[in-house]
Design a binder for this molecule. Structure first.
Ligand code: PBG
Length: 323
């Protein structure tokens, strides 16, 4: 008989044998940025998460930084009447996200600012690329994503994170940043294995980015596949990605683990997405689950699968209340 219970006989012994931990430096905290001043707007489906104008954003990032959170991810959210079929405000020189990046970097230069690069928040049809015959047109979308990344990098972004799931998007960004002389300063976090997931529901409410028709299944991955995720990660690394990602996180721990095993030299980021957050939040508010314990357990599971960094809407609350 193996006496494996010896390994967990008391707290000190369990601590001694713990393989993984959650640390503040693991966290990347996402933000939704809107135009205006003094805005801190509740998001109905994500209790505790807000849309901030640039001024209130800077104050909130300062609070996070004081808690030790030193990496953030920015999403721009614009008014419907400013959207157009080609997502012009995504890659304008003075785009909302560019101004947000400048303001954050001016106030707290130590914070690593990552920007999401995708057209769905800016197009009137709500798809992640240009449309042609009711489907996205991969190749004509690439230069626009590249331009968006370039203006973000020029504004001071440390990382650009293309999430449109267009083939060749990493190479397009890599080339554009090189041409602009910014590739040394700005890295690429590739949303590599991004699945067409219903767990993005609350995000689409937060970012007002639901597709006006159809779905994203021709570009985001089918979750009934085994190896396509690995192929996506391999392609992105080959095209020049510095970090890679699996998204969502908890329902896709297998893909995180396989990605890390296959590509041990590329840091793996896991995105605990809006639906994962809202699911835990809702159950906690109903008193069905112990929030602190399930959040800790979910973050540990993501680390145990092999993720080096976790994008999570829980980052700030975790550091305020549970660290
Ligand atoms: C696209 C984007 C989405 C998310 C991150 N980037 C929405 C989508 O692809 O439909 C979802 C993140 C979340 O659910 O928290 N710009």
């Amino acid at each position: 008989m193996k006496r494996l219970r010896e390994l967990r006989k008391d707290q000190a012994t369990r601590d001694k044998y713990a393989d993984v931990s959650v640390n503040v430096k693991d966290f990347i905290f996402p933000y939704f940025v809107v135009e205006g001043q003094g805005v801190k707007e509740k998001i109905e489906t994500m209790p505790g998460i807000y849309r901030f104008s640039i001024d209130t954003l800077v104050e909130d990032v300062k609070e996070c930084y004081a808690l030790g959170i030193d990496k953030i991810l920015l999403f721009g959210v614009i008014e419907d009447n400013l959207k157009d079929p080609v997502g012009s405000l995504a890659y304008a020189e003075d785009a909302l996200v560019c101004r947000a990046v400048k303001a954050v970097k001016a106030a707290i230069p130590e914070v690593c600012v990552i920007t999401d690069v995708c057209l769905c928040e800016y197009t009137s049809h709500g798809h992640c690329g240009l449309l042609h015959d009711h489907d996205v047109d991969n190749d004509t979308t690439l230069p626009l994503l590249a331009e968006m990344a370039y203006v973000h990098a020029k504004a001071g972004a440390d990382f650009v994170a293309p999430s449109a799931m267009m083939d060749g998007q990493i190479e397009a960004l890599d080339q554009r940043l090189k041409k602009g002389g910014l590739r040394d300063r700005c890295k690429i976090l590739a949303y590599s294995a991004k699945y067409a997931s219903a767990f993005y529901g609350p995000f689409r409410d937060a970012a007002d980015s639901a597709p006006a028709f159809g779905d994203r299944k021709t570009y985001q991955m089918d979750f009934r596949t085994h190896d396509q995720g690995i192929e996506e990660i391999a392609a992105d690394i080959e095209e020049g990605a510095d970090w890679t990602m699996v998204k969502p996180a908890m329902p896709y721990l297998d893909m995180i683990a396989r990605g890390v095993e296959r590509f041990p030299d590329t840091p793996m980021v896991a995105y605990q997405v809006s639906g994962e957050y809202s699911m835990l939040k809702a159950a906690a508010q109903l008193g069905y689950l112990d929030e602190q314990r399930v959040v800790y357990e979910s973050l540990i599971a993501i680390k145990r699968a092999g993720a080096q960094y976790i994008i999570t809407y829980y980052a700030k609350e975790y550091m305020q209340k549970w660290a």
